[in-house]
Design a protein around this ligand. Structure first.
Ligand SMILES: Cc1cc2nc3c(=O)[nH]c(=O)nc-3n(C[C@H](O)[C@H](O)[C@H](O)COP(=O)(O)O)c2cc1C
Length: 394
């Protein structure tokens, strides 16, 4: 059976997570939308490139350390926000934050997370960023921004790429409702899965079942259960239609309310990025939500060159979606990204192996980035550039 301990790459860790998790939860991590073309496009985009090594360079002294928004991180890689993480492993937000702290990289706490932004910031003060989902009741979003300021968060990430709830066909096939509820009838339907995955089942119920959404409970009904708070969150953040959908006007308001670094996550169109820069945003994460938003959207890597060309050095350009190896991260950096993030790899790790599992993934990626850079004759991430890339023949 696949184990995190013996894993030598991220795909091994993915297989360990697949064995550990009930199938409907593994699908929750792995699935995309519609026919899932976006998922394959995300990974295929990296295979369109080869890296061209430069030899006879002394690479004995080299470093993957990278400066981003005035902080130095151990490598140009961070953890993307993933709200349902505590379903896969109790307290996963905190475990991911601790893994990020020990690896010296940024961790973006999801606006749909289990743990409170205050607790996570206190756990990993130099590593935690906060991601905001816009609430239908804007007072909630503005209060969350105030709380993030008060907690001393440096970076606010506003996710804009899910104005409506996308059609996630694996959820529909598994008859999973979002927000996720393990009701007795669901449990019965899933009985076989649960019997096959007793360790997940034992942890889930030992930790009290459905995780609480601590960032939303202050605004829900008094004494609301975890499931009621989750329903409240979905009603606030994922109702289709204008009122629940963030607009440019909201982004302007957020810029006014937030004095720290403001990053927009989910843009793929160069004109949106330029408009966000004009509005005073500091950075963008080019992302298609890991193939979980618009299936026919371009991969982030395909969208990156036009965005970099349009924005030049006016803004920090980061990227996620599809990164599974250090070489993927290096390709994105050569193509113009300043930094990259990934969601699923550390989710596999934390699901199958807790904090240790997430740390294992980060150490695999750190080693891979370091080795690939050395092969390219680069002693610093600043040396990575387009001359080290070639496009494979189609
Ligand atoms: C299970 C899961 C949950 C996610 N939840 C969020 C979220 O709460 N907020 C958000 O901005 N993005 C969310 N994302 C998208 C990730 O932040 C990120 O964009 C995506 O995972 C990148 O693709 P990758 O998994 O191929 O690295 C989620 C992704 C997954 C797989």
């Amino acid at each position: 059976m696949a184990s995190v301990k013996n894993a030598v790459n991220v795909d091994d860790v993915r297989r360990a997570a697949r064995s550990y998790l009930p199938g409907f939860l593994y699908d929750f991590i792995e699935g995309g939308v519609d026919g899932e073309e976006g998922l394959s496009r995300n990974t295929a985009a990296f295979s369109k490139f080869s890296l061209v090594p430069r030899y006879l360079v002394d690479v004995a002294q080299r470093s993957t350390r990278t400066e981003l928004f005035g902080r130095h991180y151990a490598m140009p890689f961070g953890i993307s926000p993933t709200g349902p993480a505590p379903l896969f492993r109790p307290h996963a937000d905190l475990l991911l934050a601790k893994a990020a702290r020990s690896a010296g990289i940024p961790f973006i706490l999801s606006g749909a997370a289990g743990a409170s932004l205050e607790e996570v910031k206190a756990t990993a003060p130099d590593n935690t960023w906060f991601q905001l989902y816009t609430a239908r009741d804007r007072n909630i979003s503005h209060d969350q921004i105030r709380r993030a300021t008060h907690a001393g968060m440096d970076v606010l990430v506003v996710t804009v790429d899910t104005p409506v709830t996308p059609k996630r066909e694996r959820h529909l096939r598994n008859r999973i409702s979002v927000p996720f509820r393990l009701s007795p009838s669901t449990a019965l339907r899933m009985a076989r899965e649960i019997v096959m995955h007793p360790a997940w089942f034992a942890r889930f119920f030992a930790s009290g079942g459905m995780p609480a959404m601590a960032n939303w409970s202050p605004y829900a009904e008094k004494r609301a259960t975890a499931a009621q708070t989750a329903s409240f969150f979905f009603d606030q953040a994922f109702v289709p239609g204008y009122v629940g959908t963030p607009t440019w006007q909201d982004l302007e308001t957020y810029r006014r309310l937030w004095n720290g670094t403001l990053v927009v996550k989910g843009f793929l169109h160069p004109q949106d990025v330029v408009r966000a820069a004009d509005l005073g945003c500091d950075g963008v994460i080019v992302s298609n939500h890991g193939g979980k938003a618009l299936d026919r959207a371009p991969s982030s890597l395909d969208a990156l060159p036009a965005i970099r060309a349009a924005i030049g050095e006016r803004m920090t350009v980061m990227l996620d979606s599809g990164i599974r190896r250090g070489s993927d991260a290096v390709i994105a950096l050569c193509l113009g990204a300043d930094f990259v993030f990934a969601g699923r790899p550390t989710l596999y790790g934390v699901a199958a192996g807790g904090e240790e599992g997430a740390r294992k993934v980060l150490s695999i990626i750190a080693t891979e980035i370091d080795l690939v850079m050395a092969m390219l004759g680069c002693t610093s991430t600043r040396d990575l550039n387009e001359t080290l890339l070639t496009r494979n023949a189609p």
